[in-house]
Ligand binder design. Structure first.
Ligand code: GRF
Length: 202
């Protein structure tokens, strides 16, 4: 399956997918990386791996709908069977969601708890003793699409946002690599709110 990865930040999730896609049996091949920010570190990771990149920056567009269309166009160039939002910090609009039926996102909290751009900070501030990460199908809402997989991560008393997020990211990368590989090889079945991977966990 041809995979396009959307990044806004450092791209450690992208790096994990690129590591996995070196195995010919993985089933998913990252064919393009698209960012909303020219300075995203993930673009550098893509370039170093010889993966084509595109930047679709909101400031280059007159309004949000035209940026949405720009995103759909830029992703469409790579003709992906699966779009993976990994640390992409913008809401994907209808032009993207209508054109690509399989868009998944990774979020560093156990949705529906702590959606949005500060899931790690919000979980810490709330005082939870367990948080985690979620891989889900993207719908029109903010982190509200059907859940595919989750993994719990313990919050330690001495944690701050950075240490907790780093611990979550270790688990998150492995979860995302597993889900993307299985989705690419065998697909995702949507049954109401439940998104089932058709290939059982290895
Ligand atoms: C990930 O934890 C993602 O869930 C969150 O931001 C982080 C991005 O990390 N939205 P990276 O850019 O993949 O290193």
């Amino acid at each position: 399956d041809r995979v396009v990865v959307l990044v806004s930040g450092g791209g450690s999730n992208l790096a994990a997918l690129l590591e996995a896609h070196r195995d010919p049996g993985y089933g998913a091949r990252v064919v393009g990386v698209v960012s909303d920010r020219v300075e995203a570190g993930g673009l550098e990771i893509a370039r170093a791996a010889g993966i084509p990149t595109a930047v679709v920056s909101p400031k280059d567009f007159d309004d949000r709908p035209s940026w949405d269309r720009g995103m759909a166009e830029a992703v469409g160039v790579f003709d992906p069977g699966l779009v993976v939002s990994a640390g992409f910090m913008r809401i994907l609009g209808a032009p993207v969601l209508e054109r690509f039926e399989r868009v998944i996102n990774t979020h560093p909290a156990l949705l529906p708890a702590f959606p949005g751009a500060h899931g790690v900070r919000d979980a810490l501030a709330y005082g939870v003793t367990v948080t985690g990460c979620t891989v889900h199908l993207v719908d029109a809402g903010v982190d509200t699409g059907p859940i595919i997989a989750q993994q719990a991560v313990e919050v330690l008393p001495e944690d701050d946002e950075a240490t907790l997020h780093e611990r979550i990211k270790v688990v998150e990368r492995a979860l995302l690599v597993d889900v993307v590989g299985r989705a690419a090889r065998h697909g995702i079945h949507l049954d109401g709110r439940r998104a089932q991977l058709l290939e059982p966990a290895g």
